[in-house]
Design a protein around this ligand. Structure first.
Ligand code: G4P
Length: 198
C-alpha cells in the first residue's frame, strides 16, 4: 500500500533494530484520512469472506479496525486489557505476552458480543511475534466463531509472527511488510533481497 509506505518513510522513526515509532499517525496522533484508506484496503481484501464482526485490541488497533468495520458495514469489537476486578463468567479471557513490553496482560471480551455464527476479521496495528493476534484468535475460538483472517497495518517480517500465524492456518494480510530496521534504515520486504526472521 503505497500511501502507507510513504507515510512510514516520511514520519516513522527507527528507535532500534526492532522498534519503529509511528506515533505521528498511528500510535498516538492518528491520521484519519490514512486510516480511512487502510480500512478501505482491508475491506476490499476481505470483501468476499462474509465478515460479520471486526475484532481488535485496545488501544492502537481501534483506529484502523473501526475504519475497516465502517467499510464492511459490521460492528467493531475491541478486546480490553484492564484486569477485571472480580472473576466473571460473562467474559472470554486470554493471556497475551508481549515480548516488546516484556509483560503479560489479560485481554477480555464480553460473551454478549461474540457468538458461534460470527465470522470475525482480526485487525491490529503491528505484528511482531504474533502474541496479540493469537490471543484474539483464541477468544474467537472460545466463542465457537470463525476467524476469516488477520489484517495487519505494519508487519515486522523479520519477527516470526506472520510465519507462526500462517503455519497455524490463518490468512494474514499485511499492508506493509518491513524486512529490516538495521542501521536506522527502513527496508520494506518487497525491496529486500531476502527477509531474515530473527
Ligand atoms: P505481538 O503481539 O505481535 O507478539 O507483538 P508484541 O507483543 O511484541 O507487541 C506488544 C505491543 O508493542 C503492541 O502494542 C504492539 O502494537 C507494539 N509494538 C510491537 N512492535 C512495535 C514497533 O516496532 N513499534 C511500535 N510502535 N509498536 C510496536 P500494545 O501493547 O497493544 O499497545 P497499544 O496498542 O496500546 O499501543
Amino acid at each position: 500500500m503505497k500511501l502507507l509506505k510513504d507515510k512510514v518513510l516520511q514520519e516513522g522513526i527507527v528507535l532500534s533494530d526492532h522498534v519503529l515509532k509511528v506515533d505521528a499517525f498511528l500510535n498516538h496522533q492518528i491520521d484519519p484520512a490514512l486510516m480511512l484508506a487502510v480500512g478501505e484496503e482491508f475491506a476490499s481484501r476481505f470483501a468476499k469472506d462474509g465478515v460479520t464482526k471486526v475484532l481488535t485490541i485496545e488501544s492502537s488497533g481501534i483506529a484502523p479496525a473501526v475504519m475497516t468495520a465502517l467499510q464492511l458495514k459490521v460492528p467493531l469489537l475491541f478486546a480490553r486489557k484492564q484486569k477485571s476486578l472480580t472473576l466473571r463468567d460473562d467474559i472470554f479471557t486470554e493471556k497475551v505476552y508481549s515480548f516488546t513490553k516484556r509483560e503479560t496482560s489479560e485481554i477480555t471480551v464480553s460473551r454478549k458480543f461474540l457468538s458461534p455464527e460470527d465470522r470475525v476479521l482480526v485487525i491490529d496495528d503491528f505484528l511482531a511475534n504474533g502474541e496479540a493476534a493469537f490471543g484474539l484468535a483464541r477468544i474467537v475460538q472460545q466463542a465457537g466463531a470463525h476467524v476469516c483472517g488477520i489484517g495487519i497495518v505494519i508487519e515486522k517480517a523479520f519477527q516470526p509472527g506472520s510465519q507462526k500465524l500462517q503455519a497455524a492456518g490463518y490468512r494474514v494480510e499485511s499492508l506493509v511488510r518491513i524486512a529490516s530496521l538495521t542501521d536506522r534504515q527502513i527496508v520494506f520486504a518487497e525491496d529486500a533481497e531476502d527477509v531474515r526472521v530473527q
